[in-house]
Design a protein around this ligand. Structure first.
Ligand SMILES: [Zn+2]
Length: 261
């Protein structure tokens, strides 16, 4: 969700130690770096996380716990999945989980990610893309990383945002705080939110920018920043609705990003 890459109105911004970030809308309305831009591969010192000022949408499942900041090291799922999709460009991805997150088995998380990305309602459904999960030593076009909130800030190039997720270059960064707790406007439907979150961020990796709610009462496009607000639409996790690719007008809302995580 959050963070997402924004293809429109991108601006090069110099960040910290010489790193360059491509600022644009992100899933949660936060800046995201452009593809190809190297981001730190390990957590580096950042300002302490602010005191939590918001209440999570729902209590985090008891089986997932995490510190504000993990180790910055990741373990990768090892199993290679089948190619999903019948036609289109093939992209390979690996799946990783940051050390310090407890209650998330990396192989199980890898299977969950694989199932979402292979769903016929997803990005592979229309024949434009094929996706395959690969192991840690295989060549990959992008990585799906489950991170702690502070590491999310580092990898996304915005250390002030510990709430949203992002896509930064070839890294799809999923904030475990949202994976575990969702957002209020999904009314406790964590499964739908997780599917939305992953599809939204991967959508950025596939070159998609943000979209607006096209009709009040109808489904939200998957590229709408549903983590921050629905704007009259109802939650929707999938790129396709009723068997067809579903989109809204290009653009994004000026929703504030909650503080804390
Ligand atoms: Zn986005």
């Amino acid at each position: 969700m959050v963070a997402c890459a924004a293809l429109a109105v991108a601006v090069l911004v110099t960040v910290g130690a010489g790193a360059v970030r491509w600022d644009g809308p992100d899933p949660a309305g936060r800046p995201v770096a452009a593809a190809g831009v190297a981001a730190p591969t390990r957590a580096v010192p950042v300002t302490p996380a602010p005191a939590r000022s918001t209440t999570p949408a729902a209590p985090a499942p008891a089986d997932i716990t995490f510190p504000p900041r993990g180790t910055g090291k990741f373990r990768a799922a090892t199993l290679r999945g089948a190619v999903a999709g019948r036609a289109g460009e093939l992209l390979r991805y690996r799946v990783t989980v940051e050390d310090g997150i407890d209650g998330v088995d990396v192989e199980r998380f890898g299977r969950e990610v694989g199932a979402i990305l292979a769903d016929p309602r997803g990005w592979t459904g229309a024949g434009r893309w094929r996706l395959q999960r690969v192991g840690p030593d295989d060549p990959a076009d992008f990585t799906v990383a489950l991170t702690t909130p502070v590491t999310r800030g580092v990898l996304c190039g915005d250390v002030t945002d510990h709430y949203t997720s992002c896509r930064n270059g070839d890294r799809v960064v999923i904030n475990v705080a949202r994976w575990a707790g969702g957002v209020p406007q999904f009314a406790g439907d964590l499964d739908t939110y997780r599917r939305y979150l992953l599809n939204h961020e991967v959508g950025h990796r596939l070159g998609r920018g943000h979209e607006l709610c096209p009709r009040a009462g109808g489904p939200a496009p998957v590229m709408q920043q549903q983590t921050l607000g629905l704007h009259g639409c109802v939650p929707n996790a999938w790129p396709e609705v009723d068997g067809a690719v579903f989109t809204g007008p290009p653009g994004q809302y000026d929703d504030p990003v909650p503080t804390g995580w």
